[in-house]
Design a protein around this ligand. Structure first.
Ligand SMILES: Cc1cc2nc3c(=O)[nH]c(=O)nc-3n(C[C@H](O)[C@H](O)[C@H](O)COP(=O)(O)OP(=O)(O)OC[C@H]3O[C@@H](n4cnc5c(N)ncnc54)[C@H](O)[C@@H]3O)c2cc1C
Ligand code: SF4
Ligand code: SF4
Ligand code: SF4
Length: 395
């Protein structure tokens, strides 16, 4: 008789879903807590106390991954349309195209059933756009690990992309390495809950959730940065920290899952064969070496952590503008590569306030940052080229 999973403190569970996928009795389901974060709950009448769920849970254990010896690159996909549609430099699409061309499948986060983000698998290039683009919310794993395992056992190539905890969860679930599995973990500073995002979109749309078409957290019509858009009744509106309390607090790192403030992945090693992020410092560090690359359209920070990652990169290199870099310069403007987000007193106020009063707590907090919103609005009126020159002069 072995113990089934039991979470004593919220920070012990990252919500990866490995326990749900491994349970042979279907006894575990993910349920929302008061803030909307998903945690496993066990239906005791179905549990046979096999202990598999406890064994597969890696988040509470010491993790091992690739460390400081990864090869680092700045890269951007040459296909301009794909680049415009991607959050960073589109390296995800370059790898996904190569996997699909081999008859493989790609797993990533997509909007499903209206306004929910969940991991799905696709094997048709026409479906790839659903996975493209960062969704700044926790993506539900569902039974994606099981689906991926089935394909792997059938001999298909599988490319699985997710947050580091999702990739660690997948590998723990699989329990053994597969030659035909390629993984990418994202540089990640944390995830709010789907409930928080839905509340924010309800506020943004004046309650017209059913009129929302697309939600993009990064829309390159506004340049390469953290400005997105929401299509409401067919009309596109800017969605960013100046118009959304959720987005504002996401960027400030105040409304994440508790596990994100205890995340060990930045310091204990990358989980993917490759790691994908934004190369925010590219203008200052590398642009003179990148030929015709337009940094306004986005550049990826690419870490190649394993030999398999190196082989896949070699197979797609001709589709990328790419230049070698090093960990130090990549980390300079991306501290998420080295350390977890730090909870502040405002995080605790917002978390407790949201549980007690709901979204009104975000709105109240947001109003208190009125001065910051005014400064941001003023900055937004300065053309980005002039802003960049000013920053260069000041740095
Ligand atoms: C929650 C979150 C936080 C991030 N924080 C940082 C950061 O602090 N610094 C940084 O440099 N980069 C961060 N990133 C990564 C960055 O936003 C881009 O996703 C990454 O650079 C890949 O961009 P791309 O242009 O290659 O591909 P894109 O086409 O933009 O592909 C995005 C890939 O990410 C996957 N994905 C999207 N949303 C989610 C999600 N919610 N959960 C799991 N997988 C998802 C998609 O399936 C796709 O595979 C974060 C991403 C997420 C999802
Ligand atoms: S396996 Fe993942 S979802 Fe399950 S308890 Fe552990 S961290 Fe949470
Ligand atoms: S102990 Fe076994 S049967 Fe019980 S919940 Fe965990 S995996 Fe399922
Ligand atoms: S910060 Fe860590 S725990 Fe939170 S989603 Fe990212 S990888 Fe998972």
């Amino acid at each position: 008789m072995k113990d089934c999973i039991s979470i004593e403190r919220p920070e012990q569970c990252c919500g990866c879903g490995a326990c749900v996928n491994i349970c042979p009795r279907g006894a575990i389901t993910m349920k929302e807590d008061a803030a909307g974060f998903l945690y496993p709950t066990v239906e005791q009448s179905l549990c046979v106390q096999c202990g598999k769920c406890t064994e597969v849970c890696v988040f509470a254990e010491k993790l091992k991954g690739a460390n400081g010896d990864s090869a680092v690159y700045a890269a951007a996909i040459r296909d301009r349309e794909a680049l415009m549609d991607s959050s960073s430099g589109g390296v995800f699409t370059a790898l996904a195209n190569a996997v699909l061309a081999k008859g493989g499948a790609v797993f990533g986060a997509a909007w499903v059933d209206g306004l929910t983000v969940a991991h799905i698998g696709v094997d048709d290039p026409a479906q790839l756009a659903q996975l493209r683009g960062s969704k700044y919310v926790q993506s539900a794993t569902g039974d994606a690990f099981r689906q991926a395992e089935k394909l792997l056992k059938d001999g298909k190539t599988v490319f699985y992309v997710g947050t580091p905890c999702q990739i660690a969860g997948l590998k723990a679930y699989l329990g053994k390495p597969y030659d035909n599995l390629l993984t990418a973990d994202l540089v990640c500073h944390g995830v709010p809950s789907m409930k928080m995002l839905r509340d924010d979109l309800a506020n943004f749309s004046d309650g017209r959730l059913d009129e929302i078409g697309t939600v993009r957290f990064r829309d390159k019509q506004y340049g390469w940065g953290v400005k997105g858009s929401v299509t409401l009744s067919g009309a596109k509106t800017k969605y960013d920290a100046g118009s959304s309390p959720y987005y504002f607090y996401f960027l400030k790192g105040e409304v994440y899952r508790e596990s994100c403030y205890h995340c060990r992945f930045p310091s204990e090693g990358r989980q993917g064969d490759v790691t994908l992020g934004d190369y925010w410092g590219v203008r200052q560090e590398l642009l003179d070496k990148m030929g015709s690359v337009d940094a306004d359209l986005g550049v990826s920070c690419l870490l190649v952590n394993t030999e398999k990652g190196r082989e896949w990169l070699a197979s797609i290199e001709s589709t990328l503008s790419i230049t070698p870099s090093d960990r130090q310069s990549a980390e300079k403007r991306n501290k998420q590569l080295t350390s977890a987000s730090v909870p502040t007193p405002e995080h605790e106020t917002l978390r407790d306030g949201y549980i007690e009063k709901g979204y009104a707590a975000f709105q109240e907090g947001y109003k208190k940052h009125g001065k910051e919103h005014l400064i941001r609005a003023a900055k937004n009126m300065i053309p980005s080229k002039i802003k960049r020159k000013l920053n260069e002069m000041l740095s």
